[in-house]
Design a protein around this ligand. Structure first.
Ligand code: ARG
Length: 654
């Protein structure tokens, strides 16, 4: 059996093995040379080996027999072991070795992919366990469009890593602690003087709503005012009713937070009580702890609705969780000589940074930085414990998903952790920590995305609108007569939510992106709708072919004749290395681009290979490899059911 008969690793890895052998023969003294393999311009081949030039730089003048980079390349090519993988090789420029893969080998490999399942093509990452800290909204504040990005990008990264057999701890580092809670609690007491009596019922009444804090106001008001309050709650202009002036000023989003902040800023008496409330809360006074946990619970219910809609699983470990451990961690950092006094605060000076990393504020309070240091320390401890318990060498990775505005914070955090010895120096050793930053969401005016009333845009509203637009489009196409209401709803959700997710993910996360419903719901461009449509079409072809994919697995007669057929086959085989690249660089857009190109390759194949014997085979492979295999639906679904299922499946990774 030839060495490459069994599928091992990505195409790149398999080629690297061959080139490694060649390099050993070509330059036996250069034992530390890793093969540099990359996909190449299709005009020259499929892959190229880029070692010749750097090798030449190393060996020239050392008495080597080579006279330049090109002869080095030539020798690398000549010394390549024979393999059924390779059809032909050529030399280009200053010694690049171009490789054209054998179409028989491509066909055989896809066949294996089909039989063994796409799961066996997951990349092999160095990391076995990772923490992805994402979403992380702040209690009592509205979950806004920035949190939408963190939620979508973080969930996608977690899914990509999970697909690659990494155990992911999905962390929701909610902002549930801090001095603002004194203000919120005090405000709650003011609104509900009879907290103990009313609160449970109030919470019960409020459960069904997303923006629960706004409803708190309804609960308190008498029915005479309720009509006016409904206007307030819907964010509309309110009729002039002097007696409800107080309510009129209550803003639409994060109302509870804003109203209490207003109170805090304008009334010194309230401010003092609020500061006292912080002390009572931190001292563990029951009444205060209870109010705090109720405020958190109300917010939590709102977030969970969003997570549920998007199929997102998260484990909440908020700031409050780490609070008791902060003093111990700071003491340890102090002992290591990292903490200094500066203008009454306790800080860590970081080289190259204008401001120090403040770990204890001048009023003695802890902050975002002290919490993150403690969280990092505890995560490290936990991971070390795992490693110890399993007695196995495991690489670990901590990934934080927030807007780019927090980059500085994380740079300082990681530097401090390195200096404390919690993380190794350098960026490529493990355990390692990465900040996954993302840009702003812009409105069509090119400015920060806001609603007409200049309030921040609420996440739930976006999801609602995406869904309702999709539903309207489906109804317009006459689907209301064909489908049940439930089918209509589910399809609208799959397409609508998928569109919002994909529109975000397809961009390099660091760039700002413009939120535009018309664009994201267009079935022609690079959108989720287009991908879903391509998938539904593939499945309908398979269905109409009357063939059984199981039969294809058994007969194994896949032949790639036409160039478009070959291109499609090769693209499918590149799946694993694309997932690997997307995971390693924490870039979901790499995977989106792959999917979009896959749809393109499929369409070209479909248009140009009308008579190919593989016509249905390749179609089924596309379906299987990307979606069907996972969901086991490719061979039996009708288009409308597929629209639903692949709404979830195609966004499984993206
Ligand atoms: N709550 C923060 C915010 O809304 C994000 C927290 C990110 N995670 C972390 N460990 N700092 O900006």
């Amino acid at each position: 059996m030839a060495a490459d008969e069994e599928v091992v690793g990505t195409v790149k890895d398999q080629l690297a093995k061959l080139f490694e052998e060649s390099l050993r023969v070509t330059v036996p003294d250069q034992t530390d040379t890793d093969p540099l393999i990359a996909a190449c311009n299709p005009r020259f081949g499929d892959y190229q080996c880029n070692n010749a030039m750097s090798l030449w730089t190393k060996i020239k003048g050392t008495g080597s027999a080579f006279t330049g980079p090109q002869p080095v390349g030539q020798a690398i090519m000549t010394n390549l072991p024979r393999s059924e993988m390779i059809e032909s090789c050529s030399i280009a420029g200053p010694g690049f070795v171009n490789v054209k893969l054998s179409r028989q080998w491509i066909a055989k490999s896809i066949q294996k992919m089909l039989i063994k399942g796409i799961e066996t093509w997951s990349p092999k990452l160095r990391v076995k366990r990772a923490v992805v800290d994402f979403s992380s909204p702040n209690i009592a504040k509205e979950m806004h469009v920035g949190h939408l990005r963190s939620t979508i990008i973080g969930d996608t990264l977690a899914r990509m890593l999970e697909f690659s057999n990494v155990e992911v701890l999905r962390r929701n580092h909610v902002g549930d602690w801090g001095t603002q809670f004194g203000m919120l609690i005090e405000f709650l007491f003011e609104k509900f003087p009879n907290m103990e009596v009313v609160s449970d019922q109030a919470i019960g009444d409020l459960e069904a709503s997303e923006n629960l804090f706004r409803k708190l106001f309804i609960y308190k008001c008498s029915s005479t005012y309720s009509k006016v309050l409904v206007y307030c709650i819907l964010g509309n202009k309110v009729v002039k009713v002097s007696s409800v002036k107080h309510w009129y000023t209550v803003p639409d989003n994060g109302a509870f937070y804003k109203a209490s902040k207003q109170r805090f800023d304008s009334d010194p008496g309230f401010k003092e009580r609020a500061q006292q409330a912080v002390v009572s809360l931190q001292g563990g006074k029951e009444k205060y702890r209870k109010a705090w946990s109720q405020i958190c619970e109300i917010s939590r219910k709102g977030y969970e609705k969003v997570y549920q809609r998007l199929g997102i699983v998260l484990e909440e470990k908020g700031e409050s969780f780490y609070n008791p451990y902060i003093p111990g961690v700071l003491e340890e950092l102090g002992k290591k000589g990292l903490i200094e006094e500066s203008e009454g605060a306790r800080v860590i000076f970081i080289e190259g940074k204008k401001y120090p990393f403040i770990v204890v504020k001048s009023d003695g309070g802890f902050n975002y930085a002290s919490t993150d240091l403690t969280a990092l320390w505890s995560v490290n401890l936990l991971l070390l414990l795992y490693r110890y318990r399993l007695n196995e060498e495991k690489a670990e990775w901590m990934i934080y998903v927030t807007d780019v505005g927090q980059r500085e914070h994380f740079e300082m955090l990681f530097t401090a952790a390195k200096r404390a010895g919690w993380l190794p120096p350098g960026d490529n050793s493990y355990p390692k920590a990465n900040h996954v930053g993302f840009g702003l969401v812009l409105g069509e005016d090119g400015k920060r995305f806001r609603t007409r009333s200049t309030e921040v845009v609420k996440l739930v509203d976006l999801l609602d609108e995406a869904k309702s637009r999709c539903k309207a489009a489906l109804v317009e196409r006459g689907k209301a007569e064909e489908w049940t209401e439930e089918e209509l709803e589910q399809t609208a959700e799959a397409v609508g939510y998928g569109a919002v997710k994909y529109a975000d993910l397809k961009n390099n996360r660091l760039t700002n992106y413009t939120f535009n419903f018309d664009q994201m719901l267009n079935d022609q461009g690079n959108t989720a709708v287009y991908l879903l449509y391509a998938h539904a079409r593939i499945c309908s072809i398979i269905r109409k072919s009357g063939k059984d994919v199981e039969e294809l697995k058994k007969t194994g007669a896949l032949v790639l004749e036409h160039p478009n057929e070959r291109a499609l086959g090769l693209h499918l085989l590149q799946f694993a290395e694309i997932v690997e690249e997307a995971c390693t660089n924490l870039l979901p857009n790499v995977l989106c681009e792959y999917l979009y190109n896959l749809s393109g390759h499929f369409t070209t194949f479909y248009t140009n290979c009308q008579t190919s014997p593989n016509r249905w085979c390749c179609q089924s492979l596309v379906a299987f490899v990307l979606w069907g295999q996972r969901r086991r639906q490719a061979d039996s679904c009708c288009v409308k059911r597929l629209q639903r299922s692949c709404g979830n499946a195609s966004i499984y990774l993206v």
